[in-house]
Design a protein around this ligand. Structure first.
Ligand code: ACO
Length: 332
């Protein structure tokens, strides 16, 4: 059976840096609170006419270059985002247009923070089945336009940042391979972290005179504490699921990259798994939570800093809205 590997990674973040002190100017918050509760020092928020698909396009160009392939070699596109350019069509086809890739299939994935690993899993299966050889997997988000930036929304809006990451997943002819992926969901908690309007449950004509005034439903709603407790439980479970499946222990992990939701969550997992500081990579301090983009952005930076070598065992794990959670174990 063919096997797959990540052949190249790219990322893009907007230039506009928003420091915690900038948020102090517009809402009742403090640098101290944000750093203590989340680890975040700054994030990027788009300016001008940047779009989710455009940021994904920029990240993809770097991934294609690093994979040393041509855009004409791409057989399929997978685009993960919770903040698409349009209600429909999905951002995958817009990326295909931007990159001027031939008429290959383009699939959009709606799995929030787990979206990139879900995309990786789909790409892995297509390559293992022999259907495709080079798949572009993208995670890209623009949160900033949809956040409640008044004090009312402070517990959510200080967390999120904009950015994009991309990976070329290709048929592997060497020792590098995606060993396994593990996907989960628990829809009974869908409303614990959600943006519910506008959508078919709250179609435009129904919400016009509804609760427009306080913005309920339009902005992300998050039961932060509940999400936090579920996140630390599911992260641990799904990482162990991937290790057990491949007969490894946490001591075998050379690099753990968790979705960058909150530095305290990553540190909790690190402690639980007894992982050394050298074997985990966090960059939420610089970018905040970029949802589907956070793992490929962190992967890119870890590679740039030579923290991942060929042959390393790399574990990716995510948890987020849905709830959905997922892991991937990779022999780099
Ligand atoms: N600045 C100052 N004070 C604040 C802020 C802020 N930005 N936000 C909340 N507070 C206050 C609250 O009002 C509360 O005050 P009170 O005690 O007087 O009532 C106090 O701080 C504590 O608030 P909590 O919400 O209990 O703070 P907590 O320690 O839980 O931190 C946080 C909040 C950071 C959101 C945390 O719960 C968290 O990270 N949750 C998980 C997020 C996550 O993993 N999301 C999943 C991925 S995202 C996705 O899938 C789209």
């Amino acid at each position: 059976m063919p096997k797959s590997k990540i052949k190249g990674v790219g990322f893009y973040v907007p230039d506009n840096v928003i420091k915690n002190s900038d948020l102090e100017e517009i809402m009742d918050t403090s640098d101290e609170w944000i750093q203590e509760r989340t680890g975040i020092k700054e994030r990027r928020w788009v300016e001008g006419d940047l779009t989710t698909s455009l940021m994904g396009t920029y990240a993809s160009k770097i991934a294609i270059k690093n994979a040393k392939i041509s855009k004409n070699d791409i057989d399929f596109i997978i685009f993960a985002t919770l903040s698409p350019d349009y209600f429909f069509p999905g951002s995958g086809v817009l990326l295909q247009k931007n990159l001027q890739i031939k008429e290959v299939g383009a699939l959009d994935i709606r799995n929030q923070c787990s979206g990139f690993i879900y995309g990786l899993s789909v790409a892995d299966q297509y390559i293992k089945s022999g259907m495709y050889e080079n798949i572009l997997v993208v995670g890209s988000e623009i949160h900033s336009g949809g956040l409640d930036k008044s004090s009312r929304g402070r517990s959510v809006s200080v967390i999120f940042g904009d950015g994009a990451g991309a990976a070329i997943v290709s048929k592997s002819n060497d020792e590098s391979e995606i060993l396994s992926t593990h996907l989960h969901s628990e829809g009974k908690f869908a409303d614990e972290l959600a943006v519910i309007k506008p959508a078919t449950t709250f179609w435009i004509d129904k919400i016009i005179d509804d609760d427009e005034e306080d913005g309920k439903g339009f902005f992300p709603k998050m039961n932060g504490n509940f999400v936090f407790k579920n996140a630390i439980k599911r992260f641990e479970e799904v990482i162990f699921e991937s290790l057990n499946h491949n007969n490894y222990t946490s001591k075998d992990i050379d690099m753990l990259i968790t979705h960058q939701a909150n530095l305290r969550i990553s540190q909790y997992i690190q402690k639980k798994l007894n992982i050394d500081d050298n074997n985990i990579f966090n960059n939420i301090m610089s970018y905040g939570n970029t949802t589907a983009a956070s793992i490929p952005i962190a992967l890119y930076e870890a590679l740039e800093k030579n923290k991942i070598k060929r042959g390393d065992l790399v574990c990716l794990a995510a948890f987020g809205s849905g709830f959905t959670w997922a892991s991937a174990l990779i022999r780099w």
